[in-house]
Design a protein. Structure first.
Lengths: 291, 313
């Protein structure tokens, strides 16, 4: 009983973080219909920026969150406006490959800058933990989970209630109609990308606190984001949350009960089954691009 | 105007010239040539599905890996056979394994389109790699030895160069026959507009599946030759993500959906990375990425596209 409760709790914590790491990917996909294969790079950028800030200023890594998000917001805006925009209107494979090329370049640049070694961010409360019934919680993991839930709710509220969020949703639903109503679609695209990059950066900080990271991880985070989005449904924070939690549960349960080497195999099987029976994801609209 | 006979003559002349290559080239260039022919063969095999039918796979390394490992395991079972028979046995086993695997996954995976198909294939390649690595039977983490098959008295490097050439020519011939057949026209119609093609009576599902299996089997055959030329493989040496990417880049560089596009692309890219950037190993990823970005922004039709544009202009 204790073991299964602990596994479930670990899975949910991990899932919350997967959800945060995937929400930006989902938003870009939903609005721009671009598969951003440099998403993992944006996540890692957040992690490295937090490492630099927290070491330089001697503050808690979670306090760097606004600064890191602001930096990545600007990076994301320029990246979309000056590079990706040129490929958005062509075949979808082109924009995907463009982001892949950027990912390769930046991964290489990160290896030069930060070395290929594993790094980790250690906050002052790194080894604190508390018990709730039979289940053990690390303070780090819990603070990471809370941070991701808060951020996801903020994003959901932004999309739901703010005028800008409404414009973004309108563009996602019908780009042409939005343009006819006077929406500056290029600006909305760039803004969406900027918000997504900022959330990827925030996810990077959270990930940096609980897991070691290196420039070679970018592929893993991109792939995770993709799986989460396919599982949950595209373009909404709620979909990302459902998909993330599911992925977290599946991977911890598999690691615990099947073998530590098999999370990816079960994850992929789940993905294929879901694509077959419910191609639009558990929540969310149909994938216009997939069929 | 029918240019086909001239083109066939040109290909035969090029093949003869290439076959004579190892006699005059220094060893380094024989190795570069091996890599060029290997890449061209893979690019052509990828193009049967990715170029002709427009189903760009991001995980063809799966078939390189499956082909290589199955061939190795089978050949080690039959190690008492004479050396000349080992390679055919391995090729047969690999072809069968790749055909079965691809036919099995074709049904669910070919329901996906565009980027979804691409990423699902990446998933296939990762899962195959993981299974090979973690199930002891496949010996993926320990590594698998391949018996030496080069005939006595012949430099193995030259022998594998000729094998790669033979493989690449076989695939070129297959791709050419497909492209000029009714089946090839069907694939083209799938690339242009699958729903309309289906409505007009093209058996799209069967065509897609057939193209997928052919592409997978040919990729697997190249994988067997590759594994033999290495002599010893682990999971990481055959299931490589940079192979997954390169296969797309070859077609992009040379011209998507054209017969010779992947060949031109593979030769160019291997030349750039191995000869021009050969001394700058730290720079490889960056250069490949930059090339990819520039290609997509400046020349989405690849080299063939540039040539065509000049002709029509």
């Amino acid at each position: 009983m204790g073991l299964i409760a602990q596994t479930l709790a670990d899975g949910l914590v991990l899932g919350g973080i997967y959800a945060l790491a995937a929400v930006g990917f989902s938003l870009i996909f939903g609005v721009l219909h671009v598969i951003n294969l440099s998403h993992g790079i944006l996540v890692l950028m957040g992690a490295y920026l937090a490492l630099i800030f927290s070491e330089a200023l001697h503050i808690d890594p979670l306090l760097c969150l606004p600064a890191v998000m602001a930096v990545l917001f600007c990076v994301g805006y320029c990246y979309q406006r000056y590079l990706i925009q040129h490929a958005v209107d062509r075949a979808s494979i082109n924009s995907m490959l463009l982001t892949f090329g950027v990912a390769l370049m930046l991964q290489n640049a990160m290896i030069w800058l930060f070395s290929p070694d594993m790094k980790s961010i250690t906050p002052s409360y790194a080894f604190a933990s508390f018990k709730l019934g039979p289940v053990n919680f690390d303070a780090v993991r819990v603070s990471a989970l809370i941070a991701s839930l808060v951020l996801l709710s903020l994003l959901a509220a932004f999309l739901r209630y703010s005028p800008m969020g409404r414009v973004i949703r309108a563009t996602a639903q019908q780009t042409l109609a939005a343009r006819l109503c006077g929406v500056n679609v290029r600006h909305v695209y760039a803004l969406t990308f900027a918000v997504s990059a900022a959330f990827a950066g925030a996810a990077g900080i959270v990930i940096g606190i609980i897991l070691p990271f290196s420039p070679n991880d970018e592929g893993t985070w991109t792939l995770n984001a993709f799986v989460v989005v396919v599982l949950g449904g595209v373009g909404s924070p709620a979909g990302a949350l459902i998909g993330g939690l599911l992925l977290g549960l599946v991977s911890t349960l598999t690691a615990q009960y099947v073998g530590p080497a098999f999370p990816n195999v079960t994850m992929f099987l789940l993905l294929v089954i879901l694509l077959l029976i419910r191609p639009q994801g558990l929540l969310g609209n149909a994938f216009s691009a997939s069929r | 105007m029918n240019r086909t006979p001239a083109l066939i003559a040109l290909v035969i002349a090029a093949a003869v010239l290439l076959a004579a290559g190892p006699m005059v080239l220094p060893p380094f260039y024989v190795r570069v040539g091996q890599l060029m022919l290997y890449s061209a063969g893979l690019g052509l095999a990828w193009g049967i599905l990715g170029g002709f039918a427009g189903y760009a796979s991001f995980g063809h390394a799966a078939f390189i890996g499956v082909g290589a490992f199955i061939a190795g395991l089978v050949e080690n079972q039959f190690s008492t056979l004479p050396t000349a028979l080992l390679l055919p046995v391995g090729l047969l086993a690999a072809a069968a394994a790749c055909a079965i695997l691809s036919a099995l996954i074709a049904y669910p995976i070919l329901r996906l389109r565009g980027t979804f198909f691409a990423i699902a294939m990446l998933g296939v390649s990762h899962v195959c790699a993981e299974v090979t690595n973690n199930i002891d039977f496949f010996q993926g983490s320990m590594g698998l030895n391949f018996p030496p098959i080069a005939p006595a008295g012949m430099d193995p490097a030259n022998f594998f160069y000729e094998l790669y050439l033979a493989g690449a020519l076989l695939i070129l011939l297959t791709a050419w026959q497909i492209k000029r057949s009714r089946f090839g026209a069907g694939l083209l119609s799938i690339r242009e507009d699958e729903d309309t093609a289906r409505m007009l009576g093209v058996p799209t599902e069967r065509y897609k599946r057939t193209a997928f299996v052919i592409s997978a089997v040919l990729t697997g055959l190249m994988g067997v030759i590759y594994a033999h030329s290495l002599g010893y493989i682990t999971t990481d040496s055959v299931y490589r993500d940079d192979t997954n990417l390169s296969l797309i880049v070859y077609s992009l560089l040379g011209g998507m959906g054209t017969l010779f596009g992947p060949v031109i692309g593979a030769f160019l890219l291997v030349f750039i990375t191995q000869v021009i950037l050969g001394r700058l190993l730290d720079f490889h990823l960056f250069a490949t990425g930059l090339l990819l970005v520039l290609l997509i922004l400046a020349a989405p039709g690849g080299v063939s596209g540039l040539l065509k544009r000049r002709k029509t202009a």
